[in-house]
Design a protein around this ligand. Sequence first.
Ligand SMILES: O=C(O)C(=O)C[C@]1(C(=O)O)C=C[C@@H](O)C=C1
Length: 359
Amino acid sequence: MISKLFNKKETDSVQPFIISGPCSVETPEQLFQTVEALYEEGVRVFRGGVWKPRTRPGTFEGVGTKALPWIKEVKQEFDIEFAIEVASARHVEEALNVGIDILWIGARSTVNPFTVQEIADSLEGVDVPVLIKNPINPDLGLWLGAFERIHAAGIEQTAAIHRGFSNFREKVYRNSPNWQIPIDFRSELPQIPMICDPSHISGKRQLVPIVSQKALDLNFDGLMIESHINPNEAWSDSDQQLSPKALGLMIRSLQTRKVHFEEKDKQQKLNEIRDQIDQADHDLLEAIHQRMALVEKIGEFKKLNNVAVLDMDRWKHILQTRPDWAREMSLNPTMIEEMFGLIHQESIKRQTEIIDPKN
Ligand SMILES: O=C(O)C(=O)C[C@]1(C(=O)O)C=C[C@@H](O)C=C1
């Protein structure tokens, strides 16, 4: 049940917390059959879209309010909890009236502070867990802001859902994972459980196990995965839904990891390697410090001879050679290119301060 997610301690087993269910609730039969099959696979917390925010009009926008009694019925039949997406005060009211257990705020709502505030206001005095998906654009502040609004309304049980970020002509993912954003989120709000939604990141079912495994390797607390009794016939997101059987198989095949080393000698070994990393990082900073001193020397020289700070030819040469050197050392050339981009930016800043201290 969802309470497990909020009571999880760092030392607890790393079994991921699973929420599953169809992208959309379509018919009473589809809902019942999907829940029944997923229940057999061990799923106890369910999801199902009722009101669907779609990019383009004219596509299936969810069956709406009439799905709520169907959910109430399956909740009575099985001992389960059910989560639905809400995007307005009316949705919240209708969901709570039929005893929906968990609400989630979708990516298209998180992006809009007016919408989040409307939902927050409608939750004043209510005790219900709220899951908040990341905004569609890679903006950590918006995501954190949504939590601040919901917490200010008195909601205590909240969790984050990482569903990836919109992109342009990206070929692999439907929504780019940008893993650094949920990692940064966790360093800002470490007490908030983080769930990954591999279905929306992947966009195709073949990729769902890979993204799920990656999330577990990054120590996410749970997974929200779309599953449909007959994925190919689904009225929305048919490419990314798994059958309940496939979902069960996938969950059992996921490699779960421990959060920490348990044995003392292994922890000791880790500490030794970390000491070496500390030394390597210190050397790295020494090298950057030396480089900056040389950059400043050139800055003085340029000032004396009235030469401009930016030297495009030299910068191009650096941009060509450093990634090549990186490749020879089995380093990621793109990472090294980005690193030199930052270093060059700092060089320009320092030389500008030397040449023109007023700026
Ligand atoms: O080589 C120079 O002219 C420098 O000032 C050094 C440096 C660098 O950081 O390497 C800085 C600015 C220039 O655009 C090119 C290179």
